[in-house]
Design a protein around this ligand. Structure first.
Ligand SMILES: N[C@@H](CCC[C@H](N)C(=O)O)C(=O)O
Length: 293
């Protein structure tokens, strides 16, 4: 195995990633190497690591998640603690930007690229301001755990939403409560979801809907990474939860403000049920070389 690793640092609304290219599937990092790379004091610092690997070089089973829909490239995603995650809404936009800038794919404005992920194939479309990803079908996961977070006065009921990866969305009383939550600590969920969850704390803007667009503010504690400046699948889950709580007449177009910027969420009908799309920027900020030894 190579002892040096060329990497690119990128982010989507401040949710940041170390990306590296491994087209033939030869350079798998261990969980502890990933945790070291993501360490913000002793490593590069990131919320996650993304390996760019051709789907045909994945192990059997994982390969099946990409092959059916002909996704040449697979987003092999790891959280900052080295754990695997099924999907990353900000990461997949940054990943496509990386594939383009590295000359691995050619994608014109308006064109769509299929990307394999552990939760199946996702279509990413390039547009003038960034990328839009069809996150596919979503589902209420049936859970409504009580959520406690440090510095929040009371436990509040959350809403479990499956975006391919697990989320629990909780509405807090107001902006000051949202600001007060100490998300350096893992929120306590009761009952505890079997595979953990990303937890989104939301408040509506006033008014909630302006010019037909729903508007919310969100902070997130990500499973395996801690508090991040943004979470794409989390923003989609938050918009879905607030639309659910708002009842009939709530819009299908949402603006979600996160500490690192703003992303857009849109729900739309398809033949196989309702899908949710996420749009936002994707930036590459620097490249470097790591000594793995
Ligand atoms: N930041 C991501 C989600 C990354 C994975 C998540 N921490 C998990 O474990 O499910 C996003 O933008 O969606």
């Amino acid at each position: 195995m190579a002892t040096t690793l060329h990497f690119t640092k990128g982010h989507g609304t401040g949710n940041d990633f170390v990306l590296y290219s491994d087209p033939d599937g030869l350079v798998e990092l261990s969980a502890s190497q990933i945790a070291d790379i993501c360490d913000r004091h002793f490593g590069v610092g990131a919320d996650g690591v993304i390996r760019a690997v051709r789907s045909k070089h994945l192990p059997e089973g994982v390969e099946a998640l990409a092959e059916d829909d002909g996704a040449e490239w697979f987003m092999d995603y790891y959280n900052a603690d080295g754990s695997q995650a099924e999907m990353c809404g900000n990461g997949i936009r940054v990943y496509v930007r990386y594939l383009i800038e590295s000359g691995l794919v050619d994608l014109a404005d308006g064109d769509t690229l299929a990307i394999g992920t552990r939760s199946g194939v996702r279509d990413v479309q390039r547009n003038l301001t960034g990328f839009q990803v069809d996150l596919g079908r979503w589902a209420l996961d049936g859970g409504e755990p009580l959520v406690r977070a440090k510095e929040l006065p009371v436990a509040r009921p959350g809403l479990g939403i499956d975006m391919g990866n697990p989320h629990v969305v909780v509405a807090v009383a107001d902006e000051s409560e949202l600001d007060a939550a100490d998300l350096t600590y893992i929120p306590h969920l009761e009952p505890t979801p079997e595979h953990g969850a990303n937890v989104e704390f939301v408040v509506p803007h006033d008014p909630l809907v302006k010019d037909g667009v729903g508007r919310i503010r969100m902070r997130v504690h990500e499973r395996g990474s801690g508090e991040t400046l943004s979470c794409g699948t989390g923003a989609a889950a938050a918009a879905l939860a607030v639309r659910y709580w708002a009842g009939s007449g709530a819009p299908n177009q949402w603006r979600v403000d996160v500490p690192g910027g703003t992303v857009g969420v849109r729900m739309f009908a398809t033949e196989d049920g309702e899908h949710v799309a996420l749009s936002g920027p994707a930036e590459l900020v620097y490249t470097g070389t790591l000594d793995l030894a």
